[in-house]
Design a binder for this molecule. Structure first.
Ligand code: HEC
Length: 112
């Protein structure tokens, strides 16, 4: 009996050790339509970012040394900060698609 309990404790611990890191690293925007996000990004975001930060597709904004976005949550926040400042009135799901695109192309949270 004791041995059985010890064994099940160990196997739970082992399971957590295996699963926990992959949960931490999971793609934060799994349902994003990346192609749609890319199209919006080209239409609405690239010109200004390129002008200000340079880089291919305005990538300087996302890849600069002192960039703001260091977590998926910050990505959502900064993205909304830009769309709000620009009064774009995108639907939340459209912002989600753009976030999914930016993550896949530049930030790579949960995808490395
Ligand atoms: C009129 C100019 C302009 C447009 C258009 C614009 N942005 Fe920005 N964006 C900025 C500026 C300026 C910053 C840097 C802000 C800062 O560092 O405080 C920025 C920063 C960001 C960042 C954070 C980058 C980082 O990691 O530091 C994200 C994400 C972002 N923009 C998303 C978008 C998206 C998505 C769109 C299009 C829907 C967009 N922006 C359109 C000017 C713009």
């Amino acid at each position: 009996m004791f041995r059985f309990r010890l064994f099940s404790c160990l196997s739970v611990a082992a399971l957590v050790a295996v699963i926990a890191p992959s949960i931490g690293r999971a793609n934060p925007f799994p349902d994003a339509n990346v192609a749609q996000g890319k199209a919006y990004h080209e239409e609405l975001c690239v010109e200004c970012h390129t002008r200000r930060f340079g880089g291919e597709e305005g990538s300087g904004a996302y890849l600069r040394e002192n960039r703001r976005v260091k977590t998926p949550e910050a990505l959502t926040q900064m993205l909304t900060a830009c769309t709000t400042a620009l009064k774009l009135e995108l639907f939340p799901e459209d912002e989600y698609h753009i976030a999914g695109y930016l993550n896949q192309r530049f930030y790579r949270f949960g995808l490395k």
